[in-house]
Ligand binder design. Sequence first.
Ligand SMILES: Cc1cc2nc3c(=O)[nH]c(=O)nc-3n(C[C@H](O)[C@H](O)[C@H](O)COP(=O)(O)OP(=O)(O)OC[C@H]3O[C@@H](n4cnc5c(N)ncnc54)[C@H](O)[C@@H]3O)c2cc1C
Length: 379
Amino acid sequence: MDYLLTEEQRMLKELVAKFAKDQISPVAHEAQKTSRFPAEVIRQAADLGLMGIAYPAEFGGGGMDYVSYMIAIEEISRYCASTGVIISAHSSLATDPIYRFGSDAQKAAYLPDLCSGRKIGCFCLTESGAGSDAGATKTTARLVGDKWLLNGSKQFITNGKEADIAIVFASTDPPAKTRGITAFIVESGTPGYKVGKIEHKLGIRASSTTEILFDECLIPRDNVLGEVNKGFKVAMTTLDGGRLGIASQALGIARASLEDAVAYARERKQFNHPIGEFQAIQWMLADMLMEYESGWLLTYRASVMKDRGLPYSAEAATAKLKASEAAMFCASKAIQIHGGYGYIEDFPVERYYRDAKITEIYEGTSEIMRLVIAGNLLK
Ligand SMILES: Cc1cc2nc3c(=O)[nH]c(=O)nc-3n(C[C@H](O)[C@H](O)[C@H](O)COP(=O)(O)OP(=O)(O)OC[C@H]3O[C@@H](n4cnc5c(N)ncnc54)[C@H](O)[C@@H]3O)c2cc1C
């Protein structure tokens, strides 16, 4: 489907594919096995300009479009889905809301460090009682003199351990529910900001997932992102773009599963024949390709719509739903095609299977994606 890409997008794809194969692939297994943040890979990605692909050059970004971002996250996730989500959460969840909703002073203060990868970002929305129902946030922010006083805790925060800059959502008018939530930019060194429990996970183990605690955390009044009590819109708008990052991560996993399965089907012999000669295996491969390409086309469509400034919430939800289901399907079939070897760690397909599952959960579960799609149909 490369014919759909511009010359510039094709060049980026080639560059990132080579980087992912040469630099990310060799550390992917070890980093997830030891739950180690691949700092050296992230530094190299930053040197290549991959931490701020879709932001203007004046802020230190790559000045490219969202389709380019989608391509880069897919290529990276082809070899390491953990690295894919580290960069995706940093870029589309932490950098994007500052670029879209920040004041000129906030953009100047934060975007150059984020786009260059000198600083890492995270997005703090989820709480123990506020997951799919993100409006149920219990973290509060109260104006005290010329500062905001933050109290509460967030959970399941990607990049939580490494982040220097957090986008935090807190209730500033609890009775108003979603109309009383405000977004803040919080620096992780602020007194009262603390990294809490670090989660142990099924997959994407090289990316950290942590609690973030706020205990009488005082932040400057100017660190409100967007308008007071309008933070829910900041969160939802940000998640639309973020879902395309996760769809792209899922596509990388689906493609890895397909490519590895094809290679194995050519090599592995049983009954004196390569297993790829058996129709049962061929049908699985054909279905895997169809799933991957459906997810790719939907993600491409939504990315093009975003680049053109069209409303794309429902299309982003459709893309994430399909791409994440494609990742689960392809990873499962890749294990089946590998037989017993697919179930052990010597082959990466067992990792693809563990990594795929989260794409059906974070940045909105598959059920929430269906709600978004149906809501758009029935409006
Ligand atoms: C590894 C990991 C990384 C994450 N990273 C981040 C991050 O960086 N920042 C952040 O803020 N959050 C993050 N999250 C949180 C993630 O977005 C939430 O886990 C997710 O939105 C679901 O919320 P929940 O876990 O509370 O599940 P719940 O909302 O409790 O859902 C439980 C089940 O109920 C279903 N359900 C809920 N409501 C409905 C409904 N109305 N209709 C039908 N079904 C429904 C869900 O689909 C699900 O199947 C991360 C989570 C994980 C596991």
